[in-house]
Design a protein around this ligand. Structure first.
Ligand SMILES: Nc1nc2c(ncn2[C@@H]2O[C@H](COP(=O)(O)OP(=O)(O)OP(=O)(O)O)[C@@H](O)[C@H]2O)c(=O)[nH]1
Length: 398
């Protein structure tokens, strides 16, 4: 019996020892997971760890995503140290811009259209009322001759019509204004010569009218239409003008040819055209100075630029930039420039800042050349091809 008891005790001890070994080996098979080579901090553990194992993952999240990102960010900073290629913008298409800007035009020209319609709606259109209509048009810089034409035309038609509804009056006024603005002029900016590329456009005007800005905006219009552009910074008088133009160019990937400060504008213009030819560019836009006190000086400079450029190819377009807010003064400038160079188109800038939209009519009459573009703000795409219908609709409202 004692032997049996002894055997049972030995058996219990052996089984116990074996069991301990198994449990121990199981414990050794479950070590805490080794830290991953690249800790995946972005994704939290799918299930929370427990016990001893909880310590490792709990500590790891302290290396926040921001901390882990830091080396990458410093890498990006290092890249930035290299000269970064300027980001090329995609300008807004030129077609339909005036429609987008019409609200702005309506706001500034509200007084003219509303004033005329109110006067025309009076029950009795006597001489005094017609005089007031005339004054309204003159105040908006429509000009004496065009004003008289419009008033005579309207007077005649209102008389024939007899009774007048507001819609009829609006229609009549629209037609008469459109007649004055002109719907049959070719308002395209000529940039596609028949012979060979590039088209050459020279931008002239008194300083401060918005020449450089217009040249830059025009480059965007052309780029938006799929054309390539070289800019010639021939305004060597104002040092900042070349920088300003270059910045406009860089924004749309147009190369700018510049010369030394106070250098010869004609030589810059020549180089720009040469560069444009060599690069196979579609259009070369030349910004000029115009900061000249005498007509002789102006003639000398612009005449020389034109002559020198035309040694390579004829100019396709000479755009005169006029500031609409300067009113009659703008007309005087127009006259002087027209005597110096053959203006082929007018750009009226800052129409957003004046109620004198009638200058469109007056200046076309004065020079016999069409308004081709209008500036309606300082924004990069605030230059619009001039559309008579959209313009007149903006004047008299919907
Ligand atoms: N509101 C408004 N401002 C404009 C428009 N066009 C140009 N400007 C502003 O007019 C100012 C003069 O423009 P510039 O292009 O520097 O004039 P500039 O004729 O080249 O002048 P110079 O280089 O000195 O000969 C700038 O502040 C332009 O932003 C426009 O259509 N509307």
């Amino acid at each position: 019996m004692e032997i049996v008891i002894l055997l049972v005790v030995i058996a219990v001890v052996v089984i116990g020892a074996l069991g301990g070994l198994v449990v121990g080996s199981r414990r050794r098979k479950q070590p805490p997971p080794p830290p991953p080579a690249t800790p995946d901090i972005t994704a939290p553990p799918a299930e929370p760890h427990v016990g001893d194992e909880a310590e490792t993952p709990r500590e790891e999240p302290r290396r926040t995503i921001e901390e882990v990102d830091l080396p990458d960010t410093s890498g990006a900073v290092a890249v930035e140290e290299r000269p970064a290629a300027p980001e090329i913008e995609i300008p807004e298409p030129a077609a339909g811009r005036l429609v987008r800007l019409r609200a702005r035009l309506s706001r500034s020209q509200n007084a003219l259209g509303k004033g005329l319609l109110t006067l025309l709606s009076r029950e009795h259109l006597d001489d005094d009322t017609w005089e007031e209509i005339e004054d309204t048009l003159l105040t908006a810089d429509v000009g004496v001759q065009p004003t008289q034409e419009l008033v005579e035309g309207l007077r005649e038609r209102v008389k024939v019509l007899g009774t007048r509804t507001p819609a009829e009056l609006r229609g009549l006024l629209r037609e008469e204004l459109l007649k004055l603005v002109g719907t049959d002029m070719d308002r395209t900016v000529k940039t596609e010569p028949e012979a060979s590329k590039p088209g050459i456009v020279m931008v002239v005007g008194v300083n401060g009218t918005g020449k450089t800005t217009t040249t830059g905006k025009l480059a965007r219009v052309l780029v938006a239409d799929g054309r390539t552009v070289v800019l010639g910074a021939a305004d060597t008088f104002r040092a900042a003008a070349a920088d300003q133009l270059q910045t406009w160019g860089e924004r749309v990937g147009a190369y700018t040819v510049r010369g030394p400060e106070a250098g010869d504008p004609a030589s810059v213009a020549f180089d720009a055209v040469k560069e444009g030819k060599e690069m196979g560019t579609d259009v070369v836009l030349i910004d000029t100075a115009g900061r000249l006190h005498t007509k002789t000086g102006l003639m000398d400079e612009l005449g020389k630029v034109k002559r020198v450029v035309e040694k390579q190819a004829p100019l396709d377009e000479i755009l005169l930039v006029l500031d609409a807010t300067t009113g009659q003064n703008g007309l005087v400038q127009a006259r002087v420039f027209a005597e110096v160079v053959d203006i082929t188109g007018i750009v009226l800038t800052k129409l957003d800042g004046t109620a004198k939209g009638g200058i469109v009519i007056a200046v076309q009459r004065e020079l016999g050349v069409p308004v081709k573009l209008v500036g309606l703000g300082e924004g990069a795409d605030d230059l619009a091809p001039f559309e008579p219908e959209a313009f007149v609709d903006a004047l008299i409202g919907e």
